[in-house]
Design a protein. Structure first.
Length: 253
């Protein structure tokens, strides 16, 4: 079912993943924090220039020319490269997004690529027109997935991340695991689904990996009538099922 507040993605394993979409309020707060950091960076550049420039001027008459070129280069990188570089190296996050717990992902649910990070931020200058991101805000209101123009062109979307405690497995004491008997009951198709996930999990973002493991484990527990095993994470449960199934069939890993 379509929800205007969520991005639902059907994985190749036919497991639906849901991501809560980021709205204007949270995105504007993240931008405000990033803008503050950029402003502090600009002040730092000016401070360093005021210290070094008088000294450099003593050695060459072209110091002011070089200083102006370096200054504008630093400002350009700070303004244009800030968002793209952080989103590339921080897996879709800037400092502001990390503080507000937002992340940029591709429309497919996979981590953002270098190309997508560069493209979505090249169009930021248009989204900012005529000031205070008016074009971007209008675009977010008019699009189904809360996208500004940069997101539309790059094929990206901004989503909320769940709190860390929501992502942690429950290690509290619980009833004995039902995995040993359940592992012998899974079908060959279910074994293939589990192993496909286990093989590609390290290529997924932490949030997608966690949600995939939880949903596959929940699906199998529901079919097998297995109780939740508090002593094992969803990934441990899936590994246990796959190992038992293969051991019972005499197959190696």
């Amino acid at each position: 079912m379509y929800s205007p507040d969520k991005l639902t993605i059907e994985t190749p394993e036919q497991i639906p993943l849901e991501f809560p979409l980021a709205g204007i309020g949270s995105r504007f707060l993240a931008i405000a924090l990033d803008t503050l950091i950029q402003a502090l960076g600009f002040l730092l550049i000016v401070f360093i220039a005021e210290i070094l420039l008088p000294t450099a001027a003593r050695f060459t008459s072209r110091a002011w020319t070089w200083a102006a070129a370096i200054f504008f280069l630093c400002v350009f990188i700070l303004y244009s490269g800030y968002y793209a570089l952080f989103e590339i190296f921080w897996n879709g996050q800037t400092p502001g997004k990390r503080l507000v717990r937002l992340r940029v992902i591709s429309d497919s649910g996979r981590p953002i690529t270098v190309y997508e990070a560069v493209v979505r931020n090249l169009l930021r200058i248009i989204d900012q027109l005529p000031g205070l991101y008016v074009v971007g805000i209008i675009s977010v209101f008019l699009t189904a997935r809360n996208k500004r123009l940069g997101d539309i062109v790059a094929g990206t979307v901004v989503v909320h991340e769940k709190a860390v405690q929501d992502s942690q497995p429950d290690f509290a004491a619980a009833a004995p695991s039902t995995a040993p008997s359940a592992g012998l009951q899974i079908t060959a198709e279910e074994l293939e689904l589990i192993e496909r996930f286990l093989q590609r999990r390290y290529d997924l973002s932490p949030e997608v990996r966690r949600q995939s493991a939880e949903q596959i484990a929940a699906r199998l527990r529901a079919r097998l009538g297995a109780a939740q095993d508090g002593a094992a994470s969803p990934e441990d449960y899936l590994e246990s099922l796959a190992r038992q199934k293969r051991d019972s069939a005499g197959l190696g890993r």
